[in-house]
Design a protein around this ligand. Structure first.
Ligand code: BGC
Length: 514
């Protein structure tokens, strides 16, 4: 009798445990091999802009132009990671992550592109980082190019606008495979080409700041034509790098190579077919633009129908370069927007994605799609990540996926204190909720293999300068001291296998971190 009771109790306890685990977030919901990491990029953290024989990048030059960056700042010093990388690797280790995504500054390795020699100081710097990571059991996940091209390539031939960039990028990628590929097993060719080309050649907000009306106000450019020429060169540059890796390095080095897109999800504004079709069109113009050619072999038909001859075609030579597929899709996901059709309804064309003949925004007709964040275009919409993953799963035949960036920015101003920034419960809730939707997508069969929080630490946030903080670690830019935020503690506990049952409570200060 007594033993029956005990058995019954044990069963109830087991069921309760099962319920708690499935109803909450837990490390065990992901396979052991799942990569959990943090991400950064060279220009945003390294600083040392004039050290180690590095040449100027387009962001060094652009951020020094008056009026370009909100707070008039630049990445000259940034987080001084160049000198503090050992401390930063220790910080990562304390989190318990098993992977770290960072980018290589092209200008540190090849200050003059293919027109000069390899800079051994640059090579040594990245060797040191890679070795330090591996000594702590952290897999390096390396982005070959994250926005910061050498200025010389911009000046010589207009960077992405010229087919010459293909040779330069291929050369740079090969130097990286040769120098680091014995230890780096995860390669990303280019970070968010869709975003850089729209900001660089449609709206003109990013270097090289080329655009035309009504999309932006620049001294030169053509927002309806140039982004497609630049993208064509970008796709072929990527393809050449993949071809080099797959033909000459992959077999002996045993790594994988992929492409990362800024993956914004689009929801129809109205429950009408025009807006459903418009949302699909927005996705094709934003993501299919790159992923269709590199996975399916050509641009999406929606793009061809609207752009006609403005969209380049792939010659048989180009198709040869595209013969290898990517091993994974890298998803940088932050937000979801509503989309309204502008073909059959009258609406103002979107600045960012207007070539798709849509208007898209996180706020329309007084409706907010989710809470606002300090980055104008980013709203908190956790379910969007599940929809985004499922879209990629269906369209690209469940190609393996990594969430290469996901995170929340905090507004940094004279009115905010260090305490406000360190007690970042909003970020904990953000990561908790987005990760829970990643789990849902995986339960629906999506092949997701990793998740990287953007970002390891507060850093130079492009046009926003230092007015937005994305880090798990707070950086005091006067002293460069790093302090773990509550979210760092939360991530550490999650990775250590604790069940994250509840969302963060503002009053529950976590203690004893590291
Ligand atoms: C970029 C990062 C950036 C982050 C937050 C992504 O688009 O890859 O460099 O800091 O968004 O805005």
């Amino acid at each position: 009798m007594e033993s029956k009771k005990t058995l019954g109790l044990a069963l109830i306890l087991q069921l309760l445990q099962l319920f708690l685990v499935s109803g909450s977030l837990h490390r065990s919901q992901f396979p052991d091999s799942f990569l959990f990491g943090t991400a950064t990029s060279a220009y945003q953290i390294e600083g040392a802009w004039l050290e180690g024989n590095k040449s100027l990048t387009i962001w060094d030059v652009f951020s020094h132009l008056p009026g370009k960056i909100t707070d008039g700042s630049n990445g000259d010093v940034a987080d001084d990671h160049y000198h503090r990388y050992l401390e930063d690797v220790k910080m990562m280790h304390s989190l318990g992550i098993n992977a770290y995504r960072f980018s290589i500054s092209w200008s540190r390795i090849l200050p003059r592109g293919r027109f000069g020699g390899i800079n051994t100081e640059g090579v040594e710097f990245y060797n040191n980082i890679i070795n330090a990571l591996l000594s702590k059991g952290i897999q390096p996940v390396v982005t070959i190019c994250h926005f910061d091209l050498p200025q010389e390539l911009q000046d010589r031939y207009g960077a992405w606008l010229s087919s010459e960039i293909q040779e330069d990028f291929g050369y740079f990628a090969e130097v990286c495979f040769k120098e680091f590929g014995d230890r780096v097993k995860y390669w990303i060719t280019i970070n968010e080409p869709n975003l850089i080309l729209k900001f660089g050649y449609v709206t003109g907000g990013y270097p090289p700041a080329r655009c035309s009306q009504p999309f932006g106000n620049c001294t030169s450019g053509d927002s309806t034509r140039e982004p497609y020429i630049a993208a064509h060169n970008c796709i072929l540059s990527h393809a050449i790098a993949v071809d080099i890796y797959k033909s000459n390095y992959q077999m002996k080095q045993g790594g994988v190579i992929g492409l990362v897109l800024n993956s914004r999800w689009y929801e129809p504004l109205r429950n009408i077919s025009d807006d459903y079709i418009a949302a699909q069109r927005a996705l094709a113009f934003d993501l299919g633009w790159f992923l269709d050619p590199v996975i399916l072999g050509d641009y999406p038909t929606e793009m061809r129908e609207i752009l006609g001859s403005k969209l380049p075609t792939f010659t048989s030579e180009d198709r040869k370069k595209l013969r290898h597929k990517i091993d994974f899709i890298g998803i940088n996901h932050y937000t979801t927007h509503y989309v309204q059709d502008c073909i059959f309804s009258h609406c103002e064309l979107d600045k960012y994605n207007g070539n798709a003949l849509v208007f898209a925004s996180g706020e329309m007709n007084g409706q907010l799609i989710g809470p606002r964040t300090p980055i104008k275009s980013m709203y908190v919409v956790p379910y969007g990540i599940e929809k985004m993953i499922m879209y990629f799963k269906e369209r690209y035949n469940n190609t393996p996926m990594y969430i290469t960036e996901n995170g929340l920015g905090q507004k940094n101003s004279n009115d905010t204190s260090k305490d406000d920034m360190v007690n970042d419960t909003d970020r904990i809730n953000f990561i908790h909720d987005y990760l829970s939707y990643v789990v849902k997508a995986m339960r629906r069969g999506a092949d997701v293999r990793g998740y990287f929080v953007w970002s390891l630490m507060d850093s130079f946030e492009w046009l926003y300068g230092y007015t937005v903080r994305f880090g798990l670690f707070y950086v005091d830019w006067a002293t460069l001291k790093r302090t773990p935020k509550l979210s760092a503690k939360w991530y550490q506990e999650f990775l250590a296998g604790q069940r994250m049952l509840q969302k963060a409570d503002k009053n529950s200060k976590t203690q004893g971190f590291m």
